[in-house]
Design a protein around this ligand. Structure first.
Ligand SMILES: Cc1cc2nc3c(=O)[nH]c(=O)nc-3n(C[C@H](O)[C@H](O)[C@H](O)COP(=O)(O)OP(=O)(O)OC[C@H]3O[C@@H](n4cnc5c(N)ncnc54)[C@H](O)[C@@H]3O)c2cc1C
Length: 496
């Protein structure tokens, strides 16, 4: 257990969903010819196949693979994403919607103005609304229907993608195979273990496969880590109530411009995503089965989209939480097998990517296995819990009173410690910058995102949430002026 780490000479990845093929492509690229990589997948079992939004971090992944956007975006029906619009998460007209942008270097000017305006409103020194969409370039891109690529903003722009997840897995598969990854179709029938390690995989066809390192990308079932190695799972169910989703695609209206944003719309017992691809719009209702049946969720989604039964719906169950140990013995779990928070901020593939970077770093560190694993597990837990805290804030800050679900999110949630700390500081009028600094080493979402959600959802306790107030026009004018030079106002689709 305490030997020093070096590249494994053989790796078996169990699972050919997006996580499995991301692992195959990245490990093949990093470890190259020194490591024989085999990926096993079972078409009988299939993949989750949803997961159509990303964070800006994914840009780095494609750059690491040496992919240009034109190499993969057209094949995956991909579009650009500059942020997420949230609507119907509150009870008030005044805070009925807001935008959570990805940030660009230009935002440094308007961002400070935004933080300062939030502070003024919070302390009662001002009354005009402070909305993130009036301060950040990403929102201006949505308003003007321009893509990050068609602007001439200085510096590196943070933007993300929407894509067809199944098509992305196929692109990664063909890339991985070109790098020498072996593909084995078939079902793993039994997993053999020996003193906390995997010692072999019995295939349904009868043969047994062995490797130095096993990567569990088998999805929610967690075939290697959860089932065979009995790795403990930490559920987030007391904090995040949603455990199911139903998806129904729709077509774009003709001549409809593709807005470079995801929409997240509050429903009676959860929320609906709307993700524009070039070929269709991906829609889904994420809900809690404690409050809503699958049939009712499907009916509510169809009604919201005005879609009849001729378009089939896809129902999915979600297991919300994470493993306590993500890498133990000779096995590492990545993707849904490792954990899942929920799709609200589209963070799952970001976690896959982050897990891969940490794994490469851990193996390359030359440390003893036990200490590399300890550092890896600690960091992955920090990432998962940090994302959970920010996701939980969306539910806890809701002000809806119309259904038992929304009231339970406010009253029955086990509020994560760091979230409670930040809210206490915000509500009490204490210096919020100091509070953020205090948690700096633990937070995953940083200063702008916390201001966006708190201001966007109207966490200004002394304000009348239904009072009509003027919009802070000067901020919008400032943003307009700032970006005018860089944006073309021509209508363009938000594809590559
Ligand atoms: C409703 C919903 C919405 C989502 N939205 C987003 C989003 O917007 N953005 C985002 O980043 N993520 C999102 N996700 C998460 C995303 O879908 C997953 O992270 C991603 O698809 C990776 O899944 P996976 O590869 O880990 O698992 P899966 O896709 O489930 O793949 C599991 C693989 O394991 C194989 N397998 C299992 N058992 C065996 C066996 N015994 N033998 C052989 N093979 C086996 C299966 O055949 C399959 O190939 C969403 C998830 C859900 C449920």
């Amino acid at each position: 257990m305490n030997h020093r780490l070096s590249h494994p000479s053989s790796v078996i990845i169990v699972g050919g969903g997006t996580a499995g093929w991301m692992c195959a492509a990245y490990l093949a690229k990093q470890w190259g010819a020194d490591t024989q990589i085999t990926l096993i997948e079972s078409s009988q079992i299939g993949t989750v196949g949803v997961g159509e939004g990303s964070t800006p971090f994914l840009k780095q992944f494609f750059a690491d693979l040496g992919w240009q956007e034109q190499d993969w975006m057209p094949d995956c029906d991909a579009t650009y994403k500059t942020g997420i619009e949230f609507a119907n998460w509150t009870n008030s007209q005044r805070f009925s919607q807001y935008f959570h942008p990805f940030f660009t270097p230009l935002d440094q000017q308007t961002g400070e103005l935004f933080f300062d305006s939030c502070q003024q409103l919070r302390s009662g020194r001002a009354n005009a609304d402070v909305k993130p969409e009036h301060y950040f370039c990403a929102a201006e891109m949505v308003r003007k229907q321009v893509t990050p690529q068609s602007t001439k903003l200085p510096g590196d722009i943070d933007y993300a993608y929407h894509f067809d997840a199944s098509k992305l897995a196929l692109s990664l598969k063909s890339f991985s195979k070109k790098l020498g990854v072996k593909h084995r179709e078939g079902k793993v029938a039994e997993v053999y273990t020996d003193k906390g390690n995997i010692s072999g995989l019995q295939m349904e066809q009868g043969d047994v496969l062995n490797a130095d390192l096993y990567v569990d990308c088998s999805g929610f079932v967690g075939l290697l880590m959860k089932k065979a190695l009995n790795a403990p799972f930490k559920s987030y169910r007391e904090t995040l109530f949603n455990d199911a989703a139903v998806a129904v695609p729709t077509q774009h209206m003709s001549n409809e411009a593709i807005a470079p944003q995801t929409r997240s719309v509050g429903m009676d017992n959860g929320w609906m995503w709307q993700i524009p691809l070039t070929s269709r719009i991906g829609n889904g209702y994420v809900y809690s089965s404690d409050f809503c049946s699958a049939d009712d969720a499907e009916a509510a989604l169809r009604k919201a989209l005005n879609v009849d039964d001729s378009v089939p719906a896809r129902h999915l169950k979600m297991q919300v939480g994470r493993l306590e140990q993500h890498w133990q013995g000779n096995c590492v779990a990545i993707g849904l097998a490792q954990g899942f928070i929920e799709p609200l901020e589209a963070t799952a593939l970001m976690l896959v990517q982050y897990a891969l970077y940490q794994l490469i770093e851990g193996v390359g560190s030359g440390k003893p296995l036990a200490s590399a694993q300890q550092a890896y597990n600690q960091e992955m837990n920090r990432m998962f819990d940090g994302i959970r805290d920010y996701i939980a804030a969306h539910y806890y800050l809701n002000t809806r009173t119309d259904t038992a679900y929304w009231q339970a999110c406010r009253h029955d949630m086990k509020v994560p410690e760091n979230l409670q700390y930040l809210l206490d500081k915000w509500d009490s009028g204490a210096c919020f910058e100091t509070a953020l600094d205090h948690l700096d080493s633990e937070l995953v979402y940083l200063r702008p995102s916390w201001y966006c959600i708190l201001a966007g959802m109207g966490r200004f306790n002394h304000l009348d949430a239904n009072q009509k107030v003027p919009v802070h026009q000067s901020s919008l004018a400032h943003l307009d002026k700032l970006t005018a030079h860089y944006f073309s106002t021509q209508q363009r689709p938000s594809t590559w």
